[in-house]
Design a protein around this ligand. Structure first.
Ligand code: MCA
Ligand code: AMP
Length: 505
């Protein structure tokens, strides 16, 4: 058997040499063959080297979905650089923190995002260049000298992916090339992903789901992807009717919207080889309704930024709604008692832990935080609560970490609470997630104010300045006090219950 590639870019280059004329990406009617994307990636790598990027230095990608983003991603790896993907919804505060923490040297952006980056640029002395796609990128590429691209070593750092934490600012998860390659291999194996596949890819490329499952799997298997700038239910429905996709990956909100779209349409899409859902819990109702309307059983899987993909329902065999299946090939999972850290028998709820070649190296510049998430013998603590059935299917039933997932995006309440605590007129604040039909959960802030004139609109507007849109509270409820326990800690579950009750009234 051939040796497994040590990196995604190595798998990509092998496939590009094997089938240069094959379509790699279809984007807005334009075809990008493997050879074309390879050439663009090599030019980007040479331009980075000529510009002066040193091995291990960080390049941020802060732009919308496009072939240029993927060429820069592969090119940074060919230049021994480390990629920092950045959520395109991030505002000044979030950008400042990530760019500063990662010590980003060069950023590729687009005209839509640049103004937000310009708001913090003056505070980022390490950021030496910002290149905008279009003319600026063309000029940058013209500067490419003669540099031999080098395939990275599996042990080299490939990506720093920022993920929020329960306390403090977001942390950079360090993923090595071998983590990414091992994960892609496991996913391709489990889902029977081959060069004959064509993925309809509308997920954002700055997060694990779109980049490390969608794009990596495509490059690894030598397949094609029809890349969209963003998800839009009508456009995806049309593509499913007319296109040649064999697979679609989405977050549950996308499936809820596709079901809504189907209600207004007479025609049903032809059958695909595979629909996958992840990043948040897919409700059994959505699973069943999708099967009724589209005639397909969605395959649900479970992942995390730190570990990419952890468990999956089977490709062949029973896809059990409400569960996230079993560990991917070559990986392990278990459920442990939260206090004793001892493994629990089937059916009992504890913290899910995972172990294997997909697990990240640790948090960038945060050895204590890294130490906290690793249990004995290399088991990674996911912070998710769940159980495993007698026949090995995992169910996620809650979270040991405080986290709201809205439309597949993670929101850590502490970040919003800290921002609001600093706002004049706010005396106390608790941010919680309430159930939401479309987004799964929505962000709501309960506030005790010491200024009666403070309004909901003012608070929401304030958040708009510094936070990505999906983190901004959808509602603000003013309360007289927050429920606290004997130690004075706010009891979030009681806040949530009160808000749910008052909604029902
Ligand atoms: C956008 N908005 C949202 C969300 N997305 N609000 C709450 N929750 C959201 N998820 C807000 C915007 O800020 C904006 O507000 C307004 O909605 C419209 O923006 P638009 O861009 O049109 O958004 P949309 O079409 O509503 O977006 C919904 C979406 C998107 C397509 C479902 O949220 C999305 O692409 N989600 C996928 C996230 C993802 O890839 N997660 C994977 C993470 P305003 O106008 O007021 O500013 S990786 C992960 O979790 C692990 C590893 C895993 O297992 O995969
Ligand atoms: P992130 O930090 O963005 O990587 O998000 C990872 C978190 O998303 C996990 O720890 C889970 O809480 C959640 N998640 C991912 N996939 C699923 C799923 N299929 N069902 C429920 N939660 C999920």
């Amino acid at each position: 058997m051939a040796k497994s590639p040590a990196s995604i870019v190595e798998a990509f280059v092998v496939n590009a040499k094997r089938a240069p004329e094959k379509t790699c990406l279809l984007f807005e009617g334009e075809r990008w063959t493997y050879e074309r994307l390879h050439r663009r990636a090599e030019t980007f790598a040479a331009a980075l080297k000529s510009w002066g990027l040193e091995p291990g230095e960080r390049v941020a990608l802060f732009l919308g979905n496009s072939p240029d983003l993927l060429a820069a991603y592969l090119g940074t790896h060919l230049a021994d650089g480390v990629v920092v993907p950045v959520n395109t919804q991030y505002r000044r505060g979030e950008l400042g923190h990530i760019f500063d923490d990662a010590g980003v040297r060069l950023c590729l952006t687009d005209c839509e995002r640049r103004p937000e980056l310009d708001r913090v640029r003056g505070d980022l002395p390490e950021l030496k260049a910002v290149v905008e796609v279009g003319e600026e990128l063309d000029d940058f590429l013209k500067g490419a000298g003669n540099h031999e691209p080098r395939l990275p070593d599996g042990e080299d750092l490939a990506v720093i992916a920022y993920t929020s934490g329960t306390t403090g600012r977001s942390k950079g998860a360090m993923l090595l090339h071998r983590n990414l390659a091992a994960n892609a291999e496991a996913v391709c194996d489990a889902w029977r992903w081959t060069a004959d596949d064509n993925l309809l890819l509308t997920l954002p490329l700055f997060h694990t789901h779109g980049l490390m499952v969608g794009a990596h799997g495509t490059f690894f298997s030598g397949a094609s992807a029809e890349l969209h700038r963003k998800f839009d239910a009508a456009g995806v429905y049309d593509a499913l009717l007319e296109g040649s996709a064999t697979m679609f990956f989405g977050v549950p909100t996308m499936y809820v919207r596709l079901l809504r779209e189907a209600r207004g349409r007479d025609e049903r899409p032809r059958s695909l080889r595979l629909y996958v859902s992840g990043s948040a819990a897919l409700s059994p109702q959505a699973f069943e309704e999708f099967e009724e309307v589209f005639g397909e059983r969605i395959l649900e899987r479970y992942g995390m930024t730190e570990t990419i993909m952890n468990t999956t329902n089977p490709y062949e065999g029973e896809r059990r709604p409400g569960t996230v299946g079993r560990p991917f090939p070559g990986q392990e999972a278990r459920v442990v008692d939260v206090r004793s850290r001892e493994p629990l028998p089937a059916g009992e709820v504890g913290e899910i832990e995972v172990r294997g070649p997909h697990v990240f190296k640790g948090y960038w510049k945060r050895p204590e935080a890294t130490e906290e998430v690793f249990d004995r013998d290399g088991w990674f603590r996911t912070g998710d609560l769940g159980s495993v059935s007698e026949d090995g299917y995992y169910t996620i039933s809650g979270r040991a970490k405080e986290l709201i997932i809205s439309g597949g995006y993670n929101v850590y309440p502490r970040e919003i609470e800290e921002l609001l605590e600093g706002y004049s007129g706010v005396s106390e604040v608790a941010v919680v997630g309430l159930p939401d039909e479309e987004y799964g959960e929505r962000v709501v802030a309960a506030i005790v104010r010491d200024n009666r004139d403070l309004t909901e609109a003012e608070i929401i507007d304030f958040c708009r300045q510094d936070l990505a849109g999906y983190k901004r509270p959808r509602e603000v409820v003013f309360v007289d006090e927050l429920p606290r326990n004997a130690l004075g800690k706010v009891q979030k579950h009681l806040v949530r219950d009160q808000l749910v009750d008052s909604e029902g009234e």
